[in-house]
Write a protein that binds this ligand. Structure first.
Ligand code: HEC
Ligand code: HEC
Length: 442
């Protein structure tokens, strides 16, 4: 077996194989963000403000919630950074957690906790700690995953896969807060992909069928499940999940995590205004304590480290493309698309759901809704898909064709029209070809 330190290094390189950033976090590309604001020095100072000043956290939370009335915002406004009450009183949990491999499980006795308790003093050290959190911090105990891991055929069918070194990214064995040894899931289960056994960190695991994995557990063990929830989980399909615990039916595609730094809004409905790294760190801090049923919170250093790691992720290299097509595609894009897709990642400000015209359920949902959608990053969009927030279109060709507008269209989720986002659909075939070539080279 290859030593773990070497495989980690390989994996890091694979995650950034197109270009080596000079700093762990690339220099800002967006003209409307001041260079100083994202420099290493500023990021390290901002880390201290986030970690040491509850008033700063509270202000950052307020500024980062797009729409204060959805349940995502309300829950955070009611509990976050209040000092004497709410989530500040939860104990910080620094777990003992090891990756799951084919090797027989050994005891967790004597294994050091994920974090050594020292605050990193460079961005590179923050990124390295963030990587450990991304792969090893358990969101919670996950019986569904444990069940699938014990059944190789089921695991394969739902997208639980092994890297060439035999580990299952996103699955860990850990000591839970009650002292028991459990199987848990981590960020890497949904936000890494495997290409011939090699890891692509940050690409959505589009083969991961969370609904089917959960339903298999209920079918095999007889553990009861709410009939309505079971019906809904069967409709998610690979690469999608309904991440809100409400009755709204709004499953959402797992996004690629490229270019987050340059996005003004986070999540497909733009639930979070990305006012700075504290906005992302708060998202991660509250996601982790929520997934763990509000019993513990992560040490804030780990939430900040996750944010630094997410910013450092780079998409693999894209094909070069044919220069004449690219030139035409770029000029069409600048004329028709930059209004919404104009930031350095190819995303932009929120657009009302009515104007985009795609399925409005997520935008108007009680959970994360803002009434609007966020133009997603277009980095490596050629290897993304299914497209749109709900993953309803299999290919980029489908997005720019009029066939999908007819009720007889067979999309990813059955026979029905997929309306909205009409930009480019009425173009000539050569123009559409040029646009597709340009998008695929991004
Ligand atoms: C069960 C699958 C799953 C797991 C596990 C998971 N995510 Fe996600 N993630 C999603 C989905 C689905 C979305 C889209 C949510 C939305 O748009 O409302 C998402 C969205 C995000 C976003 C916003 C991206 C954007 O383009 O705005 C970030 C950042 C993110 N996840 C990071 C993480 C981190 C860090 C972890 C671990 C703490 C994690 N996720 C765990 C499925 C998952
Ligand atoms: C008025 C704003 C607006 C304009 C103009 C616009 N878009 Fe979009 N675009 C969006 C929004 C919002 C979404 C997300 C919609 C959703 O998920 O329901 C989106 C989604 C996309 C996606 C899907 C990405 C993915 O990963 O799912 C692509 C590709 C895209 N746009 C390309 C283009 C191109 C090319 C043009 C110009 C021909 C264009 N857009 C014009 C707002 C716009």
């Amino acid at each position: 077996m290859i030593p773990r330190s070497i495989t980690l290094a390989m994996v890091l390189l694979l995650g950034c194989r197109d270009r080596q950033p000079t700093s762990a976090i690339a220099a800002p590309a967006s003209p409307d963000i001041h260079v100083d604001t994202w420099g290493d020095h500023w990021l390290l100072e901002e880390a201290n403000r986030y970690l040491d000043d509850p008033a700063h956290r509270r202000r950052s939370l307020n500024a980062s919630l797009t729409q204060h009335d959805n349940s995502y915002s309300r829950q955070r406004l009611d509990h976050y950074a209040l000092g004497a009450t709410g989530w500040d009183l939860l104990p910080a949990w620094n777990p003992v957690s090891v990756p799951i491999t084919d090797a027989p499980a050994t005891s967790l006795e004597g294994v050091a906790p994920l974090w050594d308790g020292r605050r990193p003093d460079s961005i590179a050290a923050w990124v390295e700690l963030g990587r450990a959190v991304f792969f090893r911090y358990p969101l919670r105990e996950e019986s569904y995953l444990e069940h699938a891991l014990a059944r190789p055929a089921l695991a394969r069918a739902v997208g639980i896969a092994q890297t060439s070194d035999g580990s299952y990214p996103g699955a860990v064995r850990f000591r839970d807060i009650d002292g028991g040894t459990k199987i848990g899931l981590t960020c890497a289960l949904c936000h890494t992909d495997l290409e011939g056994g090699a890891l692509v960190v940050g690409r959505a695991r589009r083969s991961f069928d969370y609904g089917r994995m959960r339903l298999a557990y209920h079918a095999d063990t007889g553990a009861p499940v709410d009939a309505e929830l079971a019906r809904r989980m069967a409709t998610w399909g690979p690469g999608r999940a309904d991440v809100t615990e409400d009755r709204d039916e709004d499953p959402v595609a797992i996004p690629d995590l490229w270019g987050l730094r340059d996005q003004q809004y986070l999540t497909q409905a733009g639930t979070i205004r990305h006012t700075g790294p504290a906005a992302l760190a708060i998202r991660q801090e509250t996601q982790l304590l929520n997934s763990n049923h509000e019993r513990v919170r992560p040490p804030r250093e780990l939430a900040w480290a996750l944010a630094m790691y997410l910013y450092s992720l780079r998409a693999p290299a894209r094909p070069a493309g044919v220069p004449s097509l690219l030139a035409r595609g770029e000029s069409l894009f600048n004329e028709h698309c930059v209004e919404c897709h104009g930031n350095a990642a190819g995303g932009g400000p929120l657009v009302t759901a009515a104007r985009v015209g795609t399925d409005p359920a997520l935008a108007t949902g009680h959970g994360r809704g803002t009434g609007r959608y966020r133009p997603p990053s277009l980095i490596a969009v050629g290897t993304a898909g299914p497209f749109l927030h709900d993953g309803s279109l299999a290919t980029l060709e489908d997005l720019f064709s009029t066939e999908r507008l007819a009720p007889t269209y067979r999309g990813v989720h059955g026979v029905r029209a997929v309306p909205g986002h009409l930009w480019g659909t009425d173009w000539s075939a050569p123009d559409r070809t040029a646009m597709l070539a340009w998008l695929r080279a991004r």
